[in-house]
Every structure is written in C-alpha cells, then in structure tokens.
Design a protein around this ligand. Structure first.
Ligand code: SF4
Length: 333
C-alpha cells in the first residue's frame, strides 16, 4: 500500500473549515462550549442519532446545568432523564464523572479527560478539541470513512493500526481552530460523505482533492472487516396488570441494559400466568443481539412477587424504561 502523504490532508483543511462555517447545522450543544457540556453532548451522541439527542440534551442540562448539580442527583433521576437514549452505562459513567469533576475540577489535558469514567479516545479527543482548545483528534467511524475516501488507500478501518495512523495524520495538521476542525470532520461525515447511500460529492468541500471521488471509486471505501452476525434471542414480555398497577422488575446487574427496569422478561417462553388480553410482536436491535419479542398483556388478581407494582403515572414519571419495551407501553394507561 502506498505510504500516506500528509500534504493531501493539509490541503483539505482550509476548504473544510470554510465549508463548515457556512453549512454547519444549528445544534444545541454548539451554542455553548464548556468542557462539561461538551462531555454531556459527546457521551449522549455515542451511537445515537443527533435527532434523538437534541431535545434530551437540552432537558438534561436544564436539570443538571453543572457537574455539581449532576453529582448531587440520584441515579434514578439521571437514568430517567437519559430515557430513550439507550446504552445506559453512559449515563452511569457520566454521573460518576460529574462527581469526580465536582470534587477535583475539570481535567486540563487529554490524559485527565481520558481517565474519566466512560471516556474513550474518541470522546476525550472531542472534548479536548471542542472545549479545551487542544489539538487532539477524535476519530470515530465517520472520520475513518471520510479519510479512507479522501486517501482511497484501502486501509481496513476496523483495524486499530488504521485508526492510529489517521489520528496521527490529523494531529499533524490540526489548525488553531481546534473546535471547528473537530466538528467540521464530524459534520462532513454526517451530512455529506454519509455512511449509507451515495456520498454527496457534488456539494463536498473535498471534491477537488478526494482521491476516491476523482477516481470515481467512492463506493469502494471504506474497506471493512466482515461483520459478525447478530445473535437472535426469542423472548416473551409480560405486561402484568392488577388493580391499576403494572409489574416491573430490574434487569441483572451485569450485561445488556444492566440494572434497568423492565416488564417481566423471559428468554424463550414466559410462565403461564393467565390468558393474554392483548398480544403483539416487536423487535429491538442492539449492536450484537436482536430481541424478537412477543408481548402479552395479562390481568392477574394479586400483586405477584418479586415484582415492583407501579401505577401508569409512576411508570411514566419515575421509572426509566429502555426503548426496547416502548412498543408495550401503549397498554399502560
Ligand atoms: S468527495 Fe465524495 S467521497 Fe470524497 S470526501 Fe467528499 S463526499 Fe466523500
């Protein structure tokens, strides 16, 4: 493979910054750039669509405007405000990070940010670039894809070596406007050089330099490792109803949706607790697992143990129910 030359990336920086200043989306986390708000935004945005984050980000910061306010909250309050975003370990880690920041202050360098709970290389790079003015690259799938097309170098973007090499190349060309550069790379990957469907090369600031585009081979990049097939789990979910209350249980403390509330959930078949008055199928896709669920609404005549029995209002206002169980919420009234 041809050794990557960095003049190409150097020449791509000015048009990217110029394009970003004109075309960037108006997103709530771009209105203020404190290290704390950048951390909240980046953790929320991990593996989550921008549209799903916008409103929740505003609501979260309204409740927890500072690391001190977040540190003082209970875990239930934090999870409730995270509801619908998925990957709840991020919320727990953010809560732990807030306690550290409230006690010690916000870290001032990459190592310090990277050491916060739940913060990996990408998030640390983003927070450093966006809020601390440090030239630390944030390389995620979007950035890997656009660089692999810019260079058309055939590197497998699922290999750690590719990520490390691209990170180093970015570090070498980081301009003074660290926040704009970091966000411009993300923005290009989000709205122009998109992951699904054809990239919009005609409106791309890199169309004059991008090797994949110049060769008409943009569809060939990025090169990826073969994906592992998702494991499919058949399950039954019981929405048990008794005297205007509904049964909830907590998931096991480790694994998928660890420690979160759910309707009674059974891999395979549920025990027979009565005739279902309503029934529907739903599926939920996680990174490596797909749940194919049959939900059943069942009226029972006692508050069965070991469940926690809550009213519809309590369920809506106090309990964070992962979105996997949303399809069955319509039975709760
Ligand atoms: S020119 Fe096309 S392939 Fe190249 S970076 Fe831009 S959108 Fe992506």
């Amino acid at each position: 493979m041809e050794e990557i030359k960095n003049e190409l990336l150097q020449s791509a920086v000015p048009p990217l910054l110029a394009w970003y200043r004109i075309h960037k989306r108006d997103l709530p986390w771009r209105h203020s750039r404190t290290p704390y708000t950048a951390l909240v935004a980046e953790l929320m945005l991990q593996q989550t669509r921008v549209e799903a984050v916008k409103e929740r980000y505003v609501r979260f910061l309204r409740s927890f405007p500072s690391p001190e306010a977040l540190a003082a909250a209970s875990e239930e309050e934090v999870l409730k405000l995270w509801e619908g975003l998925g990957y709840y370990s991020r919320a727990r880690n953010l809560h732990k990070a807030a306690k550290i920041i409230a006690r010690d202050g916000f870290p001032s360098d990459f190592r310090g940010v990277r050491a916060l709970p739940g913060v990996g290389d990408y998030t640390a790079g983003a927070v450093c670039s966006i809020a601390l003015g440090l030239p630390e690259p944030a390389v995620d799938g979007n950035v890997l894809r656009i660089l692999s097309r810019l260079y058309a170098d055939g590197s497998n973007i699922d290999e750690a070596a590719t990520k490390a090499r691209y990170a180093q190349l970015l570090r070498e060309v980081y301009p003074e406007e660290t926040a704009d550069f970091c966000e411009a790379l993300m923005e290009l990957g989000a709205i122009v050089c998109v992951p699904n469907g054809a990239p919009a090369c005609a409106s791309c600031p890199w169309s004059a330099v991008c090797r994949a585009h110049l060769a008409g081979t943009e569809e060939l990049f990025p090169v990826r490792a073969q994906k592992r097939a998702r494991r499919v789990v058949q399950a039954e979910v019981l929405v048990l109803r008794c005297g205007g209350r509904y049964a909830l249980e907590k998931r096991p403390p480790k694994g998928l949706l660890a420690g979160l509330w759910q309707f009674p959930f059974f891999e395979g078949s549920a025990p027979d607790l009565g005739k279902a008055v309503r029934q529907k199928r739903a599926k939920h896709i996680f990174t490596h697992v797909e749940w194919q669920m049959t939900g059943k609404l069942v009226d029972v005549c006692a508050f069965l143990q070991p469940y926690t029995w809550v009213t519809a209002r309590e369920l809506r206002e106090l309990y964070a129910l992962p979105s996997a169980f949303r399809p069955f919420l319509e039975w709760v009234e």
